[in-house]
Design a protein around this ligand. Structure first.
Ligand SMILES: Cc1ncc(C[n+]2csc(CCOP(=O)(O)OP(=O)(O)O)c2C)c(N)n1
Length: 658
């Protein structure tokens, strides 16, 4: 191995050595603990230390790094106390996740480290968001993010690199190419010669370097980040290395040819560097022993601390409370001035006034800038707020949701417009796995609102008509808002943006231009989690939300003989079930109308809750009404048959006369 130490002080040369030895020794200790059953799983980075250490040593402490499961050296180089890592791996209280997540699945803002989620790719987009925040604040910083070569096959890799390229974000994308993704060799993972070749396709600089050569990694990264701080742009850096142990310890390395293993053993980053330093007269065996003794003492002391650490004790209510960041709702009352506007104007006003109120709010979406979005919600925003805050995105829902998370990590707020709610499926993973779980896992908020133009009755067929709220109400950690009226839409959107937790904000397209209301001109808020009784009655209770509320109103107008109480849920998570209970206690009958196809939707859960909690007050079966269990058809007559309006009328009359 060729080392070039030009320009590096002897002190740095030695510290790079010690920084590599430390994670190696920690790992060796962990392998013993693993065999003793004292930790649950281990993903080894033995043989890959030069990449973690070189990268973390070249970056400034205030620059963010997003490491993976083989980057222990990033954590140790950043100075994370070992006992906290040991506690983390044992699920103890002194770790980073209160025992809620394992291994390297955590972040630590104090160390500017943002950990991975199991799905590998999503953190690449998060790095974009962090870098975007730095760029917007004119902080000359670089963000570094890791991926294995396996992770480069995920769409998230493509999306994140493309976003960074289009937006000129100073992200250093580091591919740790260690030969295997679990058991998959590189030739079954990708077809290009080397992964850095992909840089050309993204219009970015890219390099392949020897990832086992600490000085090559360190000096290359040092050079790159210096340029990137001054001239923000992404760089793709492929570091060739090898995975010397199994994917995780239990799975072994049987599928790796022996000669490959032997060849890479010769290239061990620590043994070679140690020999070099000795050869240069910078290190001798006494010093090596002293360094290793010091590290061993530290490891042993910290292991003791972790063993003495407590296992987390909790209660159901504490666990539930930690799913969301505390948010104290502030009521903002408007003055009396109102104007009659459409639903769509209310959403637009709410968004615009939030942009004025929060100068850290960024909105992102396809075609939302000069074009104003396909529904024109953001029309006229660019002259008011500029293109830095009103951002057109490439077509990359997953990457943009990740970017929004990155902005939040840096203390900003983000609103993402899905062009149609249907397309959220392309950004589903980061929403339900990253945003939803972050606060519970490691206490990090996700200050992101995802706007969802949704719903049928617009003749738009299977991919532009879905109302997919149930995909999200199922997932703890997400708030779901679904207004039916302009007044609610404006006030609830304002609150959703104030709230530091992730909110899915559903806007029914059929209501956009058909529903008018007198709405305060000023900024105001409305609390999440409160249903509204639209009309009172004693005969039965109708519960609905979104367009369903309007269908229920129309139907009830046709049947003045039915004195129904109509509840508009307005927010689905948190769900104001108490208002439903109180009404059912009064009326004894309940019909729930949802636009979504029936099975597994809100109506089913509300029916179950009412049955469990109000059984003795019921005077009839709880009736759920929803759409057919088919995709949403295009032709008007078919869509009419699919939607539940007619079935609702029959159910209403039947239950009333039951
Ligand atoms: C989306 C997703 N698919 C599959 C897996 C299972 N899995 C975990 S790690 C891994 C291999 C990753 O390979 P690579 O990105 O090269 O990183 P390495 O483990 O080699 O460091 C796989 C398949 C996963 N975690 N997430």
């Amino acid at each position: 191995m060729q080392y070039q130490k030009t320009g590096i002080s002897n002190q740095t040369l030695l510290s790079l050595y010690e920084r590599m030895v430390k994670p190696r020794m920690v790992e060796e200790k962990m392998l013993i603990l693993l065999r003793q059953g004292k930790i649950s799983k281990w993903f080894s980075g033995i043989g890959q230390e030069a990449i973690s250490v070189g990268m973390a040593s070249a970056l400034l402490p205030e620059e963010y790094i997003l490491p993976m499961h083989r980057n222990l050296g990033v954590f140790t180089t950043r100075g994370v106390p070992l006992h906290r890592l040991f506690s983390q791996w044992q699920g103890k209280l002194g770790g980073f996740t209160k025992g809620r997540d394992r291994s390297f699945h955590f972040g630590a803002q104090a160390y500017r480290l943002i950990g991975m989620i199991s799905h590998l790719g999503p953190q690449l987009g998060v790095a974009d968001g962090i870098a975007l925040a730095d760029l917007l604040r004119k902080e000359k910083k670089v963000t570094a993010v890791f991926t294995g070569e396996g992770g480069t096959s995920e769409g998230d890799f493509h999306e994140a690199l493309n976003i960074a390229s289009v937006w000129g974000l100073p992200v250093l994308f580091c591919i740790e190419n260690n030969g295997y993704g679990l058991s998959t060799p590189t030739y079954e993972q990708y077809g290009c010669e080397q992964l850095s070749d992909r840089g050309l396709g993204y219009g970015m600089k890219s390099y392949t370097i020897d990832g086992n050569n600490i000085l090559e990694v360190y000096t290359t990264v040092l050079r790159l980040v210096k340029q990137m701080r001054e001239h923000p742009e992404p760089v793709l850096l492929e570091c060739n290395t090898f995975r010397m142990r199994g994917h995780e310890e239990a799975s072994g390395t049987k599928y790796v040819p022996d000669d490959l293993m032997d060849a890479w053993a010769q290239k061990d980053p620590i043994i070679n560097y140690e020999a070099y330093l000795i050869d240069q007269g910078l290190l001798d065996h006494t010093q090596i022993k002293r360094i290793k003794d010091r590290i061993e003492t530290e490891i042993n002391e910290h292991i003791r601390l972790a063993f003495d650490d407590q296992v987390p004790q909790s209660t159901e209510s504490k666990e539930l409370k930690d799913v969301f960041k505390d948010f104290v709702y502030q009521q903002v009352n408007p003055n009396d001035k109102v104007k009659k506007i459409r639903f769509i104007d209310a959403v637009s006003d709410g968004l615009r006034q939030s942009m004025v109120r929060h100068d850290n709010l960024i909105i992102m979406g396809q075609d939302i800038a000069e074009y104003g979005g396909v529904f024109k919600i953001t029309e006229g925003f660019v002259p008011l707020f500029g293109k830095e805050r009103v951002r057109n995105t490439p077509i990359c829902e997953s990457g943009i949701v990740g970017t929004a998370m990155g902005l939040s990590i840096k203390g900003m707020k983000a609103v993402v417009e899905m062009q149609f709610a249907d397309f959220v499926s392309s950004g589903f993973n980061p929403i339900v796995n990253y945003l939803a779980k972050s606060h519970y896992r490691w206490g990090e908020k996700a200050d992101v609102v995802i706007r969802m133009p949704c719903g049928g009755d617009v003749g738009a067929g299977p991919f532009h008509s879905q109302t997919n709220e149930a995909w999200f109400t199922k997932t703890p950690g997400l708030k779901v808002v679904y207004p039916a009226f302009p007044y609610d839409a404006k006030g609830l959107l304002a609150t959703a943006i104030e709230d530091p937790n992730p909110v899915l904000f559903f806007e029914h397209k059929a209501l956009y231009r058909s529903i008018y209301q007198e709405v305060p001109e000023d900024y105001y808020t409305l609390p999440l989690g409160r249903a509204k009784i639209i009309r009172t009655g004693d005969a039965l209770t109708v519960v609905s939300y979104g367009a369903g509320v309007h269908w229920a109103l129309e139907t009830l107008e046709k049947h003045p003989e039915i004195e129904a109480e109509l509840i508009d849920l307005r927010t689905l998570a948190p769900l104001d079930i108490d208002t439903v209970y109180a009404s059912v206690v009064k009326t004894g009958k309940l019909v729930i109308l949802q636009e979504d196809s029936l099975f597994g939707g809100l109506a089913s859960d509300i029916a179950a809750l009412v049955m469990e909690n109000c059984f003795e007050y019921l005077d009839g079966p709880i009736i759920r009404v929803g759409s057919l269990e088919t995709p949403i058809p295009f032709a008007k007559n078919l869509e009419d048959m699919y939607l539940p309006k007619k079935r609702f009328e029959k159910a209403l009359v039947d239950l009333w006369s039951y």
